[in-house]
Structure formats: C-alpha cells, structure tokens
Design a protein around this ligand. Sequence first.
Ligand SMILES: Cc1cc2nc3c(=O)[nH]c(=O)nc-3n(C[C@H](O)[C@H](O)[C@H](O)COP(=O)(O)OP(=O)(O)OC[C@H]3O[C@@H](n4cnc5c(N)ncnc54)[C@H](O)[C@@H]3O)c2cc1C
Length: 461
Amino acid sequence: MDVKTNGDISFWYADIGGIPRKRPPLPGDREADVCIIGAGYTGLWTAYYLKKADPSLDIVVLEREFAGFGASGRNGGWLSGGFGWSRDKYLKTSTRGAVIDMQRAMAGTVDEVIRVTEAEGIDADIRRVDNFTVATNAPQLARAREEYQFYLDWQMPAERLEMLSAEEVAKRIRIANVQGGFVIRDTARVQPAKLVRGLANVVEALGVPIFEGTAVTRFEKGRVETDRGTVRAAKIIRATEGFSAGFPGEERTWLPLNSAQIVTEPVPEALWREIGWEGHELLGDAAHAYCYAQRTREGRITMGGRGVPYRFGSKTDVNGKTQQATIDALHAILTRLLPQTKPLKIDHAWCGVLGVPRDWCTTAGFDRSTGIGWAGGYVGLGVSSSNLAGRTLCDLVLNRETELTALPWVNRTVRKWEPEPFRWLGVHSMYQLYRIADEREFAGLPHTSKLAALADTITGH
Ligand SMILES: Cc1cc2nc3c(=O)[nH]c(=O)nc-3n(C[C@H](O)[C@H](O)[C@H](O)COP(=O)(O)OP(=O)(O)OC[C@H]3O[C@@H](n4cnc5c(N)ncnc54)[C@H](O)[C@@H]3O)c2cc1C
C-alpha cells in the first residue's frame, strides 16, 4: 500500500502544521531542585503537579529532541483509564483491595486529564467516548467474554461495562463478520500531539524551563550530565519510557516495543454513512496481535498495531519511519474490519516505542537514598498511566505519604530482560506465534490457539 508520508514523527504533527521549532537548549551548567529527563507526558505531568504543589521549586526539564518527540506525540490517542497489565502479578506484593484501588485511580485519569485540559485551556480534541473491543471470529468472542467477566470480577463498576451482540455492534459500527464485543464506558479520545504540546506550554508558563535539543548522556545521585552542560539537582526523574535503554545501566530495564499506525485520507460523508461510527468509539479487536483505531476530529481513521515488534539491541526508529511490511499489515487489518475503506488513500504512516518491563506490569518509583525517581513501562497504556505517574512522582519527590504513594505499582522491583540475542528471539517468537494463532483462528479454529499461550509463556506476558 502506498502512503504519502512515512515518518516525520507522526500524522499528529502534520495535523497541527508540522514539526515544532525547538526551544533553546540548556545554556550551560546550572543547579535545580528537581531535574526531569524527558518531555513526554510523564515528565510534563510530573513538572505540572510539582510546580502546582510548590511554586517555589526550581524545576528544569531536559529533552533531547522536542517536547512530544516520543510516544506522547505519536500514540493512538486512547485515554482509556486502563493500565498494564496483570492484576495477579500486582497481587504478589499487595492485596486485592490495593489492586482495586489502583484500578480505580487509573480509571480516574480520564476525568483528571480532561479537568486539567479544561482548566488550563489545552485544546487536544478530547471527546468522551466508549471503548469497543470487537470479535470477528469465535475464539475472539470467547476472549472478549472472558475479558468482560475479568473486569467484573475485579469490581470495575458494572455500569461501565456492557457485552454487545453482533447486531448491537453493527448498529454502531458496520464491522465485517462481527460476532459481538464489549464496551468500556467513560474513556476518551485525544489528539496526542496537541495534548503533549499544550501541556508543555502550560508547564513552561508556570515557570519551568524546558531545554530542548539537550541530550542527557548519564545521570547519578545529584547530577545529570548532558551534551550542553551539567545540572546539579537533589531530585532527578527519569521520564524517558521507551528510550530508557539508552542510559548506562538501564539497557535491560524496559524493552522498547514498537507500535505503528496508518491514517486514511478524510473519509467522505457518504462513506461515513455506510460505516456508522457516529459515537467516535475507540475501536480495538480481540486478536492476539490486537489493533487500535480512532475516528479523528476531522473524520479520518487511524489504525494501529504491532508491526515489526522490536529492533535488535533495543534500537529505536528514526523519526517515526516504519517498514512497508508494517504498513501493508495495518492496511490489511483496516480493510478486513472495515472493507468500506478499501478505496481510501493512506496519507501517513509512522511508528514509535513504548516501554515494557519484564513482567509487563507498569511501575513508578523513587529511591530516597539517591533522589532518583522514574515511571513508565506502561505497556501501551501510557496516555492514562502517565498522568497518575505524574501525580504519584510529585508526592514521592515531596516526601509525602499519600493514597497514591501506597498503590501497588509504586517501587515494585522487576527483574531485567535477557541480554541479546535472547531478548530479540523471545519477542519476535512471541509475535510470530501470535500471528500464526490469529491466522488459525481466522481459518476456523473453534477455540483459542494453544500457540498464543506458548507465546505468553516465552516472554512472561
Ligand atoms: C504508536 C504508539 C501508539 C500508542 N498508543 C497509545 C494509546 O492509544 N493509548 C495509550 O494509553 N498509550 C499509547 N501508547 C503508549 C504511550 O504513548 C506512552 O506510554 C506514553 O506516551 C509515554 O510517555 P513518556 O512521557 O513516558 O515517554 P515519551 O513520550 O516517549 O517521552 C520520552 C521523552 O524522552 C526524551 N529522551 C529520550 N532519551 C533522552 C535523553 N538521553 N536525554 C533527554 N531526553 C531524552 C525523548 O525524546 C522523549 O521526548 C502508544 C505508544 C506508541 C509508540
């Protein structure tokens, strides 16, 4: 499938007039109370809540490229209130009640992000919508039912959930071969780059300088070294999620997992009438290599998925350029779910990295002995989780013991990923098995393919 643009960070920047001009870099050595590395959602939410909590704090943000260069300016715009991942793994170090508290706190990020954007005048095309998971074969439907039941068992409020028949899904979005699906209510759609750029402007206006074009080369207790000078700060936050493997000592902490998207040209009104999708729902499926889609403000469709999952040695893409095979795979998913979109051109394709811890469960933390904190490994759910991370890191930096700092994701220790080539082999086999499992299920396998379970075992998913 041909695309007009591949890379250029993401379509979300083309949507707002192009890649932004960089703010000035760090002018030389300086001191600060708090030094934040990375100007994505995590770094910026942390700066926002800290400065609001204590306006006298001297906070600096250091960013290698520009605010929103990473996943925060490239994602699918699902403000889902979900988090990564297995409740049972969190249970190993906490209680069921605490995990449910965490689930509630994560769900609360939807309202909180909307509250702040409204209070601060950030226009990020936010719209409250439902989140649809659809099934297009029998094993997917069985998994959708299990997932629905899983949320009920974990006490997600019943009014937020609904199982839908094939007819009920089709009434809202005309998906080919749909067998049913389930809805999670109280989620939202955002334009990711507008959110991160808006947040950066707000943080800057609060008096926090964001030094762009400033690469951090190493950091240790009290000291952050960059290619532009050194910042001495008692508190340091590493907010570099999928890029964290670039720091000495962090090479195997979070695996930079790739995710990619394509976006159609604006869909003509007549075609929208065929497709439906009037509720602008966040749309995903119950495949093993699942997809995620949104209907944008101006009426395009974005379709995202895994593509080539991981680059050897934790390498990251160059400016969001993705492989042709990934573009073709995403286009195949789009036209399988919505064959009505076959005549549409694809305007843009791009990719980015998100962070994955070895146990696929997200963490936030702060080491009081070094004054160094971190948050990430959101496993593809960082639009929401990063907001809770910002509020939690704020409390941790200010040495406050609060409901947030008691949540089970705080200061968890997770083992590291294997060295290469085992890391590459593990992740590639996992997604290869997922793909074969999906194909077998589409070919008529009546139950979930055992290969998917094998894939989960290989990488601890
Ligand atoms: C394609 C894609 C789709 C996604 N879709 C969704 C979705 O729909 N919903 C959802 O909830 N989540 C989604 N995610 C995940 C989510 O976007 C991320 O988890 C979240 O944006 C992470 O924010 P962050 O601030 O921690 O990291 P990032 O946004 O990646 O920011 C890290 C920043 O650190 C900077 N940096 C890196 N190294 C250095 C250095 N040495 N010195 C200085 N600065 C440095 C980078 O330039 C970058 O700006 C998606 C991710 C991708 C890639």
